[in-house]
Design a protein around this ligand. Structure first.
Ligand code: CA
Length: 154
């Protein structure tokens, strides 16, 4: 937009325009109002995660199995993925590998979520460049801190 076309150009208007441009910066969009894909098959955990994340100001989308997780991630382009490992139709490790292989999702940060605590799971998760690894049960503070860290460093 050409500023000279505005009839009543005032410093207030400039401040307003600066603020609007600031909110359009990709970095700020990543943090406040970031789109998070939750991949989880347990209804109670989906409800808890969705509630916590929405309350913190994030947009939340959900996939409840491995196959739809990959599809939704490619079409929705989330800023972050919270990925359960024990899933129907392709476990979390398989989903993560597919996401890394797809050029549209190869850099999206992934936080693994699991009830399992095996060293093998952890090693596999770190192998695909996981941003974090959270073991169930987890606290809301733990989750939100991890989400913010992952978004900030992406
Ligand atoms: Ca599960």
């Amino acid at each position: 937009m050409n500023a000279t076309l505005l009839p009543d150009f005032t410093p207030e208007l400039q401040v307003l325009r600066d603020a609007t441009e600031a909110t359009l910066l990709p970095r700020s969009a990543k943090i406040s109002g970031a789109k998070i894909l939750v991949v989880e098959d347990e209804p109670d955990v989906i409800r808890a995660l969705t509630m916590r994340l929405k309350f913190a100001g994030y947009e939340v989308i959900v996939a409840s199995d491995g196959a739809s997780a990959t599809r939704i991630a490619v079409t929705e382009q989330p800023n972050l993925i919270i990925l359960d490992i024990g899933l129907p139709c392709g476990d979390g490790h398989t989903v993560a590998r597919r996401l890394r292989e797809n050029m549209n999702t190869t850099t999206v940060p992934i936080i693994f979520l699991t009830a399992r605590t095996s060293q093998e799971d952890r090693a596999k998760a770190m192998g695909v460049g996981a941003a974090d690894f959270i073991t169930k049960p987890f606290t809301a503070e733990e989750l939100l801190a991890s989400v913010e860290r992952a978004l900030n460093s992406s």
